[in-house]
Design a protein around this ligand. Structure first.
Ligand SMILES: [Zn+2]
Length: 465
């Protein structure tokens, strides 16, 4: 049986994830439909500025969503605008979070008209079909068949990898799409278990060339970097994805506060009294979502709850909702010498409230920016991360800003599996795939991971599409 693979995004980079699996008669399913960020584009040149869907949809029977990050779901509005009416399948947690993400995407990219937005979200809600983890569901029935199930991926709440069984007469093939895989010790989430078997695995490779620091070590470094940065009474700005990373950071900061209550975080301010701000209505909504979905938390997080702690809602935490308060906060923190930690989106500084903070604070050496997530090529985040430490500049909203603030990167902080985890995902499968297709990684990174996979599994075909 000849299965067709098409990769419409996340081929030459890590954003715009959109993959298609086709049966011999042309029927197909999509896995994810994400936005491109920064300089990354689709194979035919669609990018952050060109979002239209460039392939026929009439034989697409479903869209399966692995998780609700914008680079995996952000083009769903365009998919629907192009006439897509088939079901959008995802886990129960993703079904709850997806409308929040898309509402935000619509406000940023389409319209501020709340009536239009509501109408659109109603349509999306009708198309969303939530399925529990681990249960098989039939997508296509007949001479040719296709069924799928979702398994926990440990990346963000509700994230899944997808197993698809294709059938033609007596022939069967199993394909696994990894989506984004989490690291085994991602705060709050249980570690992902590799699939039992597959014929083909489509594997993400974002950190295919790196080994993350241990969880304990990176929490210590987070504390060190914060204390160092706060020593001169400035603000620490952490650009972060509203979903996933923000909640992980809050979880880790709560642990730091819990262990160091009396310890000095900044001159005259103990950790217990340090202001931590989440400046994002979206992040606040997600954090609330994370709190209600606690049955999906891992054992460690649940033990903290039992002990009376509130890992995502501690006392020093303030969330800023409305825009006026946001502007006041930027103004106040950039002028006063009150130490604080601010977490705001977007994670790559390409939009969102973090941009206002950066415009106000990047020029002042008292402040610091702490990167904890991947910065795609062409994003302001990548520019600040690369040129900031050498005294360079960045353009934000058409304005050139010289970077005098301290710039730090905590590389080990990632909701993504590292090289070892990716190799284990394949290596620990009971029945190994004959083919692995590497997507979702920068060029050199995919080559590194491909070489290691070929060395370890000589019979395996490793393809970099
Ligand atoms: Zn993701």
């Amino acid at each position: 049986m000849n299965l067709e693979f098409a990769h419409h995004g996340a081929v030459d980079g890590v954003t715009g994830s959109c993959h298609q699996l086709g049966l011999p008669d042309g029927q197909s399913v999509l896995v994810d439909c994400g936005l491109f960020q920064g300089a990354e584009t689709s194979p035919s040149g669609a990018g952050a500025a060109r979002l239209e869907i460039e392939f026929p949809l009439d034989k697409v029977r479903a869209l399966i969503v692995t998780h609700v990050h914008i680079d995996h779901v952000g083009r769903i509005p365009h998919l629907i605008a192009a006439g897509f009416r088939a079901p959008i399948l995802c886990t129960q947690a993703s079904a709850l979070l997806l409308p929040l993400v898309l509402e935000d995407a619509l406000k940023v990219g389409f319209t501020r008209d709340q009536v239009l937005i509501e109408r659109f979200l109603d349509r999306i809600r009708q198309q969303i079909l939530a399925v529990p983890y681990q249960q098989w569901h039939t997508l296509i029935d007949g001479d040719l068949g296709l069924r799928f199930r979702l398994c926990p991926a440990g990346h963000i709440l509700g994230s899944a990898y997808v197993e698809l069984d294709a059938r033609e007469g007596a022939q069967r093939q199993r394909v696994v799409f990894s989506g984004d895989l989490g690291a085994p010790y991602t705060p709050l989430l249980p570690a992902p278990k590799p699939p039992y078997r597959a014929d083909v695995v489509v594997l993400e490779s974002t950190y295919g060339d790196r080994i993350h620091e241990s969880r304990k070590r990176r929490r210590e470094r987070l504390q060190q970097v914060c204390e160092h940065a706060l020593a001169n009474q400035g603000t620490v700005l952490i650009p972060a994805f509203s979903i996933g990373r923000t909640q992980e950071l809050l979880y880790e900061l709560e642990e730091i506060i819990h262990r160091n209550r009396e310890r000095r975080a900044a001159p005259g301010v103990s950790w217990e009294d340090l202001d931590i701000l989440v400046d994002s209505p979206l992040a606040a909504d997600f954090t609330a979502g994370y709190r209600t979905l606690r049955e999906h938390w891992d054992n460690e997080a649940r033990r903290k709850l039992t002990a009376g702690r509130h890992p995502l809602a501690f006392e020093q935490l303030t969330t800023i909702d409305d825009h006026a308060t946001h502007l006041r906060s930027v103004e106040y923190l950039s002028r006063s010498a009150r130490p604080a930690i601010v977490i705001a989106a977007s994670g790559m500084c390409s939009g969102g409230r973090i941009v206002n903070y950066l415009k106000a604070m990047l020029g002042d050496p008292r402040h610091d920016v702490l990167f904890v997530g991947y910065q795609a090529a062409g994003t302001p985040g990548r520019v600040i991360q690369t040129y900031g430490p050498r005294g360079g500049y960045v353009e934000l909203d058409g304005r050139r800003i010289d970077i005098r603030a301290g710039i730090h990167t905590l590389g080990g902080y990632s909701a993504h599996a590292d090289q070892k985890d990716l190799l284990n995902f394949i290596g620990r499968m009971r029945v190994k795939p004959r083919q692995v297709r590497l997507v979702h990684g920068d060029e050199g990174v995919k080559e590194t991971l491909a070489r290691l996979l070929r060395e370890r599994h000589p019979g395996m075909e490793v393809v970099v599409p």
